[in-house]
Design a protein around this ligand. Sequence first.
Ligand SMILES: *Cc1c(COP(=O)(O)O)cnc(C)c1O
Length: 328
Amino acid sequence: MEPPTLASVLDAQRLLAPHLPPTPTWNYPALDAAAGTTVFVKHENTQPTGAFKVRGGITLLSRLDPAVRERGVVGYSTGNHAQSLAYAARLFGVPCTIVMPEHPNPAKADAVRRLGAELVEHGATFDDAAPYARALAAERGMRLVSAADDPDIIAGVATAYAELFAQQPHLDAVVVPVGSGSGAAAACLVAAALAPGCEVIAVQAAGSPAAHDSWRDGTIVRRPNRTAVEGLATGSGFALPQRVLRERLADFVLVDDDQIAAAQWRLLRDAHTLAEGAGAAALAAVLADPGRFAGRRVAVVCTGGNASEAELRRCAALDRPRVGAAAQ
Ligand SMILES: *Cc1c(COP(=O)(O)O)cnc(C)c1O
């Protein structure tokens, strides 16, 4: 399996144009003040599914052979890859089954059902849902769609970065939240071609450091998966994105769930932006290390906005002194 070429990314951009308008990239003076630098927010939370992954889902499904499409697709996910597949499957009339870990974020589970996909709950975590989905796909003759180990998924996701570098051509760094690594790998591939002066920095939750440790160790490793931040909760590195990250990623940092919640609150208050935890992780990384980013033009990808009601209540209940302390 090879990473996608730039030609494949540009083809995906043409393919997506009739389905998804470009997402905006905005700058907010209040965030600049908090971060001590110039911050641009790439608003993937404004996608119709509330997260960037729909770019990959539509790209992959539109490129599938008709015979494979007819039998359908199976995905496993804590939520946003699931919504992406379900959305794309509805668009193209493809049968779709989603396996989620038990007790999923109800907002994400309901969204998948409302998009017309079959939802199966299995296992305690993402890593338990995966083998079950694999077996189900084999049994039914359906195509299993990985969240990241697929060049068409990465090519679709990469269109976000082609857009970003066209919207902001003079970035010094882009910070990308990581679960499986499709987004960070996509950012690396596009930056190498279109913005070679821009560093790509990845961020994962300290409670689930598998992608971070896989990159640091240069080999795929398994790690405990304890973060409450859904989009970042993976227990093992993904091979294809890791290959790209090893070659091109400038750095990989970790933030804890409290830092992420504080950044989520900042986005809500200062950028009137509802981010889910994963969508605030990039800003958390910038706020955690002001010295590193001072005087640079930094993009943070707000990867998604699908916060559960419980998460929203927690976020709004954060006491102000602590939030202030985390941000200064
Ligand atoms: C999936 C997801 C991520 C992580 O992206 P990967 O490509 O899996 O690394 C980050 N944020 C949100 C909102 C996501 O849904």
